[in-house]
Design a binder for this molecule. Sequence first.
Ligand SMILES: Nc1ncnc2c1ncn2[C@@H]1O[C@H](COP(=O)(O)OP(=O)(O)OP(=O)(O)O)[C@@H](O)[C@H]1O
Length: 397
Amino acid sequence: MSETTTTTTTSGQQSHGQRILLENVTKKYSGQSGAAVDDVTLEIPAGEIVMLVGPSGCGKTTTMKMINRLIEPTSGRIYIGDEDVTDQDADDLRRRIGYVIQGAGLFPHYTVAENIAIVPRLLGWKKDRVAARVDELLDLVNLDPEQYRDRYPRELSGGQQQRVGVARALAADPPVLLMDEPFGAVDPITRQRLQDELLRLQEELRKTIVFVTHDFDEAVKLGDRIAILDVGSRIVQYDTPEAILTSPANEFVEGFVGHGAALKQLTLTRVRDVELHEAAVAHVGGDAAAAAQDARAKGRDWVIVLDAQERPQRWVSVRELERGGALDRVSRDLELETVSSASTLNDALDEMLTSSHGVVVVTGRRNVYQGVIRVETIMQAMQQLSSSAADVDPVQP
Ligand SMILES: Nc1ncnc2c1ncn2[C@@H]1O[C@H](COP(=O)(O)OP(=O)(O)OP(=O)(O)O)[C@@H](O)[C@H]1O
């Protein structure tokens, strides 16, 4: 494992995840009658996101914290890659496993840069290398280094703090990331963005990620696999989100899947998997009359105004342009919500239901405009999903 962590460079060389294997792992807290984690065997494949879901107190956090030995197992073995880490020096181990918790857990008296630099410093990296890595990571989590590196956590929003938390966990390029309800304390819109960013990051980094959540929809959205746990961390079902949604193992799992499984399946389809439509667009500073004409030719009543970097700024009606409205306002209109290509159709539907335009605007890397999704596209996807679910699941009427 040490090899992968020391190959980190600021030139973009990245380690890939390593397999984690829990073998007959048990944790008994003193004074408790049953085991909090009872003889669990679980293999987490390299480079995958595995979600641990289960009722409160079932042992999710205990299971996760045994991987970086914040909690010592009572018995059993834990392997990362081929290495048995059960008897390794715990401090040493933790420096090689990224850890993200709810509320980010940043040190309030350290700046953003100092927070991110903690593990690289402990590992003895040279100053220049640490500084370059901090900037690289801030970029990676979509925070402008110039603007944010010298701020203190209290000068950031909850979502920004959480991004710094992720950057800090990634600092020494660990092959394994543990995330304990990282997005539990932020509002739903911020949570959706952070989830999208995590998926985008994961496409690049391919870490092995163990993620504890209470939110089944989050598990479906983020997980390559989901482990549904019952008391004692007993694994009731361990499978892909598709398989859990279409063939829940028993009533306990059905309880998690809940009603509206068809709607939840929208969480399985990404914006990038469906056809985007072209909207009428114009640029800040462009010719308003020409933009209106173009929109009319396309049969559109509204135009999306993009800035010089092709980022959507606001909607403007064709009528306003025809009445001589100019395209000179640069400010971003907060009512123009966008989804990214990594977002789910469920997120897109959410945005659409609160937008008055009947479409949702899709952006790609660096928030560059890509197109729009129409409500018909979402309806079509839902029909396809429910007919394929009926094919797979024989118990469906
Ligand atoms: N330090 C401790 N001492 C004694 N018992 C503990 C300790 N930590 C956790 N427990 C118990 O172990 C069991 C599992 O706790 P754990 O925090 O792992 O569950 P969880 O599934 O993560 O719960 P939640 O979803 O509520 O966070 C619970 O019954 C809890 O009360």
